[in-house]
Structure formats: structure tokens, C-alpha cells
Design a protein around this ligand. Structure first.
Ligand code: ADP
Ligand code: MG
Length: 286
């Protein structure tokens, strides 16, 4: 599989050369493939938001590179501009960035900026609204009259309407109730399926990260310390705990069983837990 995104030896220093100098990324390298769902986890301040803001050219690397289809996004102005459309970034608490008088206009803002025709903008607004479950009637209301969860959907639709090949979301479910969280996650999955898009999601919820992703990147103290399938990452459960990270509930229970000397394998979903317990039971019965 050809990588669509390559991050090579990325370093970022905030306020370099001042007394406020802060190293936020140190030698981060990884790649992402088309259609892949990648989770990014790590403690607060580990560099997750700094990392994702490099992927669409919002932040410029202090050194190292970000490449789309093998081309450095900082190669020239046109390439940098194009990367902002190819890689869509939904910020943390994106609803604070809604500002238009109607939901329609807010969703249309991004695609309009791309210089698309009126009809194409209209098609994209309606398709994106539909994908996140907003009704026709809601397009005409003020975003400020919507609930928190609905505002979040408008903000996500605004980025989806640009039809990015890579959709990045920084803690998209933060602050939502369980129902709102489930809806946002299914919107993301719908977009991935509809466009075969690459998804990168920064998440605090280990249960969501475990359940939805193909691959996990673990950040700790400005460095990428793990890059693997959820199974590879969660089989290092104790290391994650030592880093101050949470792990899925079932992973924690099984880690405890291992410490008690019960020969179970690492698991990270309930289905795996059930299957593993049945396996152990059958082995014991035999
Ligand atoms: P995370 O998203 O994992 O919580 P961030 O990427 O936001 O981490 O931050 C990484 C580190 O960089 C933190 O120590 C944070 O305080 C620092 N930082 C973030 N933004 C800035 C900034 N604009 N100027 C200086 N330091 C910053
Ligand atoms: Mg952050």
C-alpha cells in the first residue's frame, strides 16, 4: 500500500530562541495510508495537537517534513494551499469557530474558499449536512440556536464539505454526552466509508480508540513512542499505564489476570475478552 501521508523526522520548537522556548515534537516519523483509521493517544501536553496542526500546514516544522503523495507540503505556496484542502482538520471544540448567520453558510464557508462553483458548493453542503444527520430545516437556522452536540456536527460538516482525503479530528467527542459521542463517531465512520478517506483521530477515550481504529500512535513527552495495531499497542498495557495513560477496561482486567498467573492473552474489546475466557475454560476442562 502506497502511503498518502509521510511524516519524517518532524521537530517542532515553540518560541525558538526566546526564554519561552519549548520543544513540543522530537523526531516524529510515521506514515498513513488511504482509507486507514488512525488513533492518536497520549497524555495532556504530549504534543498531539501540535502534531496534527502540522499535517495540513497550519504549523511549519522547525525541521523535518510532511509529505502528501511524496511531495513536501512546504515545497511552494500553491502546494501548501492545496494541502489545506486535501487534509481537513477539525479542531478541539470546533463549535466555538462557528460565526455565520445560518448553518448553511457555516458549512459552505470552506468549500466556497476553495473557489468551487455555486452548484458544487450547494451539493457539498447538502451532502455533508446529510452525512452528519442535520435536517434541511436546520440548514436555515442560526448555529447559535442549536444544542452543543448539533453545533459540533455543523463544525464537522464544514470540514467534511471540503471533501478532504485525510480527515483529522482533535478530540471530536470531548464534552459530549454518550449519545452525542456515539453520533459523532458514526458520522466519522460514515465519511470514511463514503470517500475511502484516511481518518486520524486524537482521542482521550481508550475504549473508542480500541474499538474503531486500525492503528494507534502513542505520544509521550513530545515523542512518538508506539506505532502499531491496537493489539500490538494494548499488549503493552503496563507500559501505557506507566506513561500515565488509561487503557480499555477489559485490557486492564486481563492485565490483572496475567499478574495473577492466569495465562490469558492481551485483549482490548469485550468480544476478544469473551473469546479468550472461553479458550481458557476449554483448555482447563480438557
Ligand atoms: P496535547 O495536544 O497532547 O495536549 P499540545 O500539542 O497542545 O499537546 O502541547 C504540547 C506542548 O507544547 C505543551 O507543553 C504545551 O504547553 C506546549 N504548547 C502548545 N502550544 C503552544 C504555543 N502556542 N506556544 C508555546 N507552547 C505551546
Ligand atoms: Mg491537544
Amino acid at each position: 500500500m502506497e502511503p498518502i501521508l509521510q511524516v519524517e523526522n518532524l521537530h517542532h520548537i515553540y518560541s525558538a530562541g526566546t526564554p519561552f522556548e519549548h520543544i513540543a515534537l522530537e523526531d516524529v516519523s510515521f506514515c498513513a495510508h488511504r482509507g486507514e483509521f488512525i488513533g492518536i493517544i497520549g497524555h495532556t501536553g504530549s504534543g498531539k495537537s501540535t502534531l496534527v496542526q502540522h499535517l495540513n500546514g497550519l504549523l511549519k516544522p522547525t525541521s523535518g517534513s510532511v509529505k502528501l503523495d511524496g511531495v513536501d507540503i512546504w515545497m511552494d505556496k500553491e502546494t501548501t494551499r492545496a494541502s489545506r484542502f486535501r487534509v481537513g482538520l477539525v479542531f478541539q471544540y470546533p463549535e466555538y469557530q462557528l460565526f455565520e448567520e445560518t448553518v448553511y453558510k457555516d458549512i459552505a464557508f470552506g468549500p466556497k474558499n476553495m473557489g468551487l462553483s455555486q452548484e458544487e458548493v450547494d451539493r457539498r453542503v447538502r451532502e455533508a449536512a446529510d452525512l452528519v444527520g442535520l435536517t434541511e430545516e436546520q440548514l436555515d437556522v442560526s448555529p447559535f440556536d442549536l444544542s452543543g452536540g448539533q453545533k459540533r456536527r455543523v463544525a464537522i460538516a464544514g470540514v467534511i464539505a471540503m471533501e478532504p482525503e485525510i480527515l483529522i479530528l482533535d478530540e471530536p467527542t470531548a464534552g459530549l454526552d454518550p449519545e452525542g459521542r456515539a453520533e459523532v463517531l458514526s458520522n466519522i465512520e460514515n465519511y470514511r466509508k463514503a470517500k475511502n478517506a484516511t481518518i486520524m483521530m486524537v482521542s482521550h477515550s481508550m475504549n473508542d480508540a480500541a474499538r474503531l481504529t486500525d492503528r494507534l500512535l502513542v505520544m509521550s513527552d513530545s515523542r512518538l513512542v508506539m506505532d502499531g495495531t491496537p493489539m500490538e499497542v494494548f499488549s503493552r498495557g503496563q507500559e501505557l499505564l506507566d506513561m500515565g495513560l488509561d487503557i480499555p477496561d477489559v485490557t486492564r482486567v486481563f492485565l490483572h489476570l496475567q499478574k495473577m498467573g492466569i495465562p490469558v492473552k492481551a485483549v482490548y474489546t469485550r468480544e476478544q475478552a469473551v473469546a479468550e475466557l472461553l479458550r481458557i475454560k476449554e483448555a482447563a476442562d480438557a
